[in-house]
Structure formats: structure tokens, C-alpha cells
Design a protein around this ligand. Structure first.
Ligand SMILES: C[S@@+](CC[C@H](N)C(=O)[O-])C[C@H]1O[C@@H](n2cnc3c(N)ncnc32)[C@H](O)[C@@H]1O
Length: 235
């Protein structure tokens, strides 16, 4: 296994059970819907994963682009959402061919940690081109330098306790500890940013950004940012 895209294309144990996976995507969809400001909005979910509840997001907007780099995941998205005329599935390369200034809201949740800083800059450049003036990028689940894996484990166990899958969570944590995840986390690592670093990185990419008072998903120790075009005279 080379990288995190391969990992997410494999039969991994990040979701400890079907219930966990379903609940995860329901919460992500609810949080994305909370960011949509109009029924006509064009929304892009950047590296959306399985996006099991994307149908609900599509109901709340005009058009939903699901972009995913992992080819196996993308194949399932295409099959799953073929009947939904509001949903289009794209690779990340496809996004470079989309019309400029055509998207109202881009959500990139729980993705930046898997990218190198350079890959994230390239993604920001593509997203900035796609956003309409006044459009927003919501960047969720950013890991902070001072918050380690223990908080991830506590957040998962709390989530599991509240939703009745604690036993599966404990088994899942052991499976994950023994899996490719651990090796990848040690070898490739996860990128972490402080609040100031991420605001500065977004500013360098041409966005005005601030940290939101919530985080998308179940982990309150991670951060979400809302970013808008910082217009320059050449825009
Ligand atoms: C934890 S999942 C998040 C999926 C979804 N956004 C969510 O919130 O549930 C991580 C996603 O990042 C993608 N990914 C991993 N490494 C990446 C990279 N280097 N560049 C772009 N996407 C990557 C994976 O394919 C996967 O879809």
C-alpha cells in the first residue's frame, strides 16, 4: 500500500461497523446541508469518500459534484448515484476541466491531513478557480499539532457510546492498530496545522479564512475553517 488514497480504496476498518459508517455519513451530510445557503446552490464535495448520504445533500441543493480520487470508491459512487440526476461523480483531475466560477460551496472534510502541504496548495488553487465570487470553501476536520491520537480514540469511543456501538468500536480500534493504517500513519504520517498556520496557508492561496465555531463530524478537537475569495485586481 503506497499512500492514503490506496488505503481508502481498500477494505479498511476506519468505520468499525456498518452502523458507524452509516452514522458517520449521515452526520457529515447534515453538517454539509447546514453550510448550504440556497436550494439552487452548486455544491462540490472534494474527496467525498463513500458519501452514503449524498442523496440528502443533493435534495438540499441544485447540483452536487462528488469528487473522489480513489478509483474503486469512485466506481461505487457512480453506481450508487446513477439514478440521481442532481449528482455528478468526478475524479480530482476532472475538476481542472470544470468551468471557472461555477460552484457556490466546496466542502473538503477530513482530507487535508492525508495530503502533502504542496498537494493541499494545488487543491486550493483548483478550488479557488471553481468558486463563484461570494462562494465558500468549508475545510473540515483539520488536525492540530498539539492534539494526538488519544483524542481521536476518545472522540470515537464517545461517539460509539452515544450511538450504541461501543463494543464494535473497541474491536475496530484493535483491528486498525494491527492494520495498514498504523504503518501508513507511521510511514507517511498525517499533516497537522495550527489555526494560525491554516489561516496563513489559505491566505497564501488567495482566501480570506477564519476558524468556525464547530467542526464537521464527531470530533470536537479538530478544526473547521470557512474561506472565501480574497479578491485581487486581476480576478
Ligand atoms: C477520511 S476520508 C474522508 C471522506 C469524506 N470527505 C468524509 O468526510 O467522510 C479521506 C478521503 O481523502 C482521500 N484522500 C486520501 N489521500 C488523498 C490525497 N493525497 N489527495 C486527495 N485526496 C486524498 C481519500 O480517497 C478519502 O476519500
Amino acid at each position: 500500500m503506497e499512500d492514503w488514497i490506496d488505503y481508502y480504496d481498500s477494505t479498511h476498518t476506519i468505520y468499525v461497523s456498518k452502523r458507524h459508517r452509516d452514522l458517520h455519513f449521515e452526520i457529515i451530510a447534515k453538517d454539509i446541508i447546514g453550510c448550504i445557503s440556497s436550494k439552487d446552490a452548486v455544491v462540490l464535495d472534494y474527496a467525498c469518500g463513500e458519501a452514503l448520504s449524498a442523496g440528502k445533500v443533493a435534495d438540499a441543493c441544485g447540483k452536487l459534484y462528488l469528487a473522489e480520487p480513489a478509483p474503486g470508491v469512485r466506481g461505487r459512487l457512480i453506481a450508487r448515484f446513477a439514478p440521481n440526476t442532481k449528482i455528478r461523480v468526478r475524479s480530482l483531475d476532472d475538476l481542472r476541466k470544470m468551468a471557472e466560477k461555477s460552484v457556490d460551496l466546496v466542502v473538503m472534510n477530513s482530507v487535508a491531513q492525508y495530503m502533502t502541504p504542496g498537494e493541499l496548495d494545488s487543491a486550493f488553487a483548483v478550488i479557488r478557480q471553481l468558486l463563484k465570487p461570494g462562494g465558500r470553501l468549508v475545510l473540515g476536520d483539520i488536525l492540530r499539532p498539539e492534539v494526538g491520537m488519544i483524542r481521536d480514540i476518545i472522540a470515537l469511543l464517545r461517539f460509539a457510546l452515544t450511538h450504541g456501538f461501543l463494543r464494535d468500536a473497541l474491536i475496530g480500534l484493535i483491528s486498525t492498530a494491527l492494520s495498514d493504517y498504523r504503518q501508513l500513519r507511521a510511514r507517511v504520517g498525517l499533516q497537522r496545522y495550527s489555526e494560525a498556520e491554516m489561516v496563513a496557508k489559505l491566505a497564501a492561496a488567495g482566501f480570506t479564512a477564519s476558524r468556525a465555531h464547530f467542526n464537521i463530524g464527531h470530533n470536537p478537537w479538530r478544526m473547521t475553517f470557512v474561506a472565501r475569495h480574497a479578491f485581487s485586481p486581476t480576478d
